[in-house]
Design a protein around this ligand. Structure first.
Ligand code: MN
Length: 206
């Protein structure tokens, strides 16, 4: 199995660490007891939300153009992107003009998560590690974030013949909130309380 350094090759190849404030991921942070998730709001050429799950030493990542929803009826396109270093979970700031992903990033939600497939399913589905669920294209996790809580599923659909295309959706449970648009109601950073505009203004060195 590829180790974290191999998995981050694409991430590093896309970036000039002399020019971007993003972490290079060369110093591997210690992994905690519980794996973490993070959702970063990213005002690149198009605004999107980067949904990331810590799996085997890297942040496996999807770009979600419309962001996550807490309404189980809403399925959001999630496009798999390159694995990011664990240290990226705390990155909030501005990626310089001309660099890959140029634009403002804030930490929209974060927290620990639990693999809901770690134990056998109700219909005798075999237990799966997160790496196995990723490979199978069917992830189910329980998020303990500030904004996102309860079960969320990621399912690989290969829509349009593209292996990178997945769907992200809320599972039906007590934390589901039909009809709520959480991205609109809670737009700011969970790390600093700042909006995208405030992060950008601070970076401009006001
Ligand atoms: Mn992004």
């Amino acid at each position: 199995m590829a180790d974290a350094a191999d998995k981050l090759e694409t991430y590093r190849a896309k970036r000039d660490f002399g020019r971007t404030a993003e972490p290079s991921g060369m110093a591997a942070p210690a992994e905690g007891d519980e794996p973490r998730f993070v959702v970063q709001k990213h005002a690149a050429r198009n605004l999107h939300y980067d949904f990331r799950l810590e799996i085997d030493g890297v942040l496996v990542s999807w770009a979600v153009p419309k962001g996550p929803s807490t309404d189980p009826k809403v399925r959001r396109l999630a496009v798999r992107t390159e694995d990011h270093p664990l240290g990226y979970a705390d990155f909030e700031g501005v990626i310089a003009e001309g660099e890959y992903g140029a634009g403002t990033v804030l930490v929209w939600d974060a927290g620990p998560y639990r693999n809901l497939k770690a134990e056998a399913g109700p219909k005798d589905e075999p237990p799966m590690t997160m790496a196995e669920a990723l490979e199978a294209g069917a992830i189910a996790v329980e998020l303990e974030g500030t904004k996102l809580r309860g079960g969320f599923a990621l399912r690989q659909t290969k829509m349009g013949g593209q292996a990178k295309n997945w769907l992200l959706f809320k599972m039906k449970d007590e934390a589901a909130e039909p009809g709520r648009e959480v991205t609109e109601e809670a737009p700011a950073s969970v790390l600093t309380g700042r909006t995208l505009e405030e992060v950008a203004a601070d970076a401009a060195g006001a």
